[in-house]
Design a protein around this ligand. Structure first.
Ligand code: NAP
Length: 261
């Protein structure tokens, strides 16, 4: 994928799952990576195992506090030119609305929505000034179809797609590219790390995600879509891939299906 050769890519959620697989494939494609997640020591291990580790750096941030994270990033990055920002870090949810504290909704919004806005605002002025740059956000099929147990995640992932559409419109004549990735079920730690009603992690796998495509396959298809400068792409298999299309053309059917699941 020539598109990434020599480009500086700031990738969040690089310590696990889809982001880890993206980091490996981007490094192999010749990108210079800035690796972000909370766990600095895991990121450092990831960095050391990438192709040409000396070309990559670790920037540990807690994206549940977007203003603080953005300020730390600004200081650490200085005038580093970011060619591609991939907002991939995210947290899901497994709890009914009746059982979910308001603080959990806020936490999901901080990580899955406000952190995307904050990091985008950090790189956007430089990209607009240069007349080039690419901003990518990993939303979800859950950003198109609301389902049980994910009300806060759905809200954040729907919201971030709206933000990305607006960003694309505002930068359409500024030479920028804006891509939204919508994975279906992918076999990662996402269910294990999902927040329950009191904010504690679920701590166990979920058959839907465990039965999904691999993180490597998801990363491969996502990076292909980014290299082709697509606006939006759904990545997955089976019903989770079909769901956004069914939602668009047969919304009543989808509502019945999700209510009965
Ligand atoms: N797997 C799926 O089925 C699926 C489907 C649709 C969309 N997605 C989306 O894909 C993206 C990647 O998820 P994944 O499946 O790869 O899950 P994952 O294995 O749980 O990885 C999540 C990543 O986000 C980082 N992260 C979580 N909270 C953070 C915080 N407060 N600050 C900074 N980084 C944080 C984690 O790193 P640390 O723990 O080190 O901070 C980790 O690198 C997410 O946006 C998710 O919503 C996944």
């Amino acid at each position: 994928m020539d598109y990434f050769q020599g480009k500086t890519v700031w990738l969040t959620g690089a310590s696990s799952g889809i982001g880890l697989a993206m980091a490996q494939q981007l490094a192999a494609a010749g990108a210079q990576l800035i690796l972000t997640a909370r766990r600095a020591e895991v990121l450092e291990q990831v960095r050391q195992q990438l192709a040409q580790p000396q070309h990559h750096r670790v920037l540990a941030l807690d994206l549940s506090q977007p203003e603080q994270a953005a300020a730390q990033a600004q200081e650490a990055l200085g005038d580093t030119q970011i060619d591609i920002l991939i907002n991939n870090a995210g947290v899901s949810q497994r709890s009914l609305i009746l059982d979910t504290d308001l603080a959990v909704y806020r936490q999901l919004m901080e990580i899955d929505y406000f952190a995307v806005v904050a990091l985008t605002k950090l790189v956007l002025p430089g990209m607009v000034q240069r007349g080039s740059g690419h901003i990518v956000t990993v939303s979800s099929v859950a950003g198109k179809v609301g389902t049980k147990l994910r009300s806060g995640y759905n809200g954040a992932k729907f919201g971030v797609l709206g933000f990305m559409d607006s960003l694309r419109a505002e930068t359409a004549h500024a030479g920028l590219t804006v891509t939204s990735i919508l994975p279906g079920f992918i076999n990662t730690q996402v269910a294990h790390n999902s927040l329950t009603g009191d904010g504690s992690p679920l701590g166990q796998a979920d058959p839907d995600n465990a039965g999904g495509i691999s993180a490597e396959e998801c990363a491969r298809r996502s990076l292909q879509a980014i290299a082709k400068r697509k606006d939006e792409v759904v990545v997955g298999s089976g019903l989770s891939k079909l769901a956004p299309f069914l939602q668009r053309f047969l919304p009543g059917l989808v509502r019945r299906m999700v209510a009965n699941r």
